[in-house]
Design a protein around this ligand. Structure first.
Ligand SMILES: Nc1nc2c(ncn2[C@@H]2O[C@H](COP(=O)(O)OP(=O)(O)O)[C@@H](O)[C@H]2O)c(=O)[nH]1
Ligand SMILES: [Mg+2]
Length: 284
């Protein structure tokens, strides 16, 4: 098995374990396009007996019908899940999430009130795999550039609490969790959506896998976007996409690597339409 995040695991696990003690509610982030594959079940070993809200990021890029199905599923297993588009979301989305946090914190608040503690601030932290949208969500909730966003996984320096409502505070440092990739299919899904970097898998391989996946699971998308017959072989499809985009060198050599990159970029930014790649399985 490929080691995707060597060296990170022990350190991040320790960081999360330490920080978790300081909070009342954990915000576990998962990509709405991958409500199963972008979660690491090990998190439940780290956050025992801690209320949790599962935040499904990139709601804007996921299939709305499938998101509704997933929400129903999570509700059925007693998990509070809230989809969010932290990039374009407005105050209503923010309030919805704040409300979800308050609901999860109710038990803790009651206990504190019984102990005579009147000032009851709910403390929370964001946890999730690299690139899932942790920094973006923190910024969205904080209403300012509180955390650095970007594609590089990393930890914001210094420990600070950001006030995100009259009664809710958020740790400015997200917990970075590694994805669980035992099944190669999960690896490809994470790579296709951009969750794992191009270092782990070859761009051409990811693009070819994605073409196959799209043709099987959502027929018509490739045809619609690129005008290429989906009955053709994957190799022929990627060649034609590259040709149509003008990636032809002198001598007629077709640069399929460039076509692959364009396909991936367009898929990730939603130009091929909304997509949810995970199906609900009872075991999830
Ligand atoms: N379309 C869309 N993009 C998002 C959303 N949340 C985050 N992103 C993008 O995803 C990328 C990674 O986000 P970031 O917050 O840096 O992820 P982090 O590594 O978990 O902190 C950035 O380019 C964000 O703009 C969302 O809700 N919708
Ligand atoms: Mg970040």
């Amino acid at each position: 098995m490929v080691q995707w995040f060597p060296g990170h695991m022990a350190k991040t696990k320790r960081l999360i374990t330490e920080n978790i003690k300081l909070v009342d509610v954990v915000l576990e982030l998962a990509d709405a396009r991958l409500p199963a594959s972008s979660r690491n079940p090990l998190l439940d070993d780290i956050i025992i007996n801690k209320p949790k809200v599962l935040v499904l990021t990139r709601e804007d890029l996921a299939d709305p019908e499938k998101t509704a199905e997933w929400l129903k599923h999570f509700e059925g297993v007693g998990l509070s899940a809230i989809p969010i588009d932290a990039l374009h979301g407005k105050g209503t989305a923010r309030n919805r999430l704040l409300q979800g946090i308050r609901e999860q914190a109710q038990g803790v608040i009651e206990k504190r009130k019984k102990k005579g503690i009147i000032k009851t601030v709910v403390r929370t932290m964001v946890v999730g795999i690299p690139n899932v949208g942790k920094s973006t969500l923190i910024n969205f909730l904080a209403g300012s550039k509180a955390a650095e966003t970007g594609n590089k996984p990393g930890v914001t320096r210094g420990k600070q609490w950001i006030k995100i409502g009259r009664d809710v505070e958020l740790l400015d440092m997200p917990g970075i969790l590694w994805p669980k990739i035992e099944d190669p299919e999960v690896g490809y899904k994470l790579a296709a959506t951009g969750a794992v970097g191009e270092r782990a898998l070859d761009v051409g391989d990811i693009a070819r896998w994605l073409i196959e996946w799209l043709c099987v699971n959502i027929p018509g998308r490739i045809l619609q976007r690129y005008g290429v017959d989906e009955e053709l072989s994957v190799e022929e499809i990627i060649t034609r996409i590259s040709k149509r985009r003008g990636f032809v060198r002198r001598g007629g050599i077709i640069e399929t690597e460039k076509g692959a990159l364009v396909l991936l970029e367009e898929f990730r930014s939603g130009k091929l339409g909304t997509v949810t790649m995970d199906e609900i399985r009872r075991s999830v």
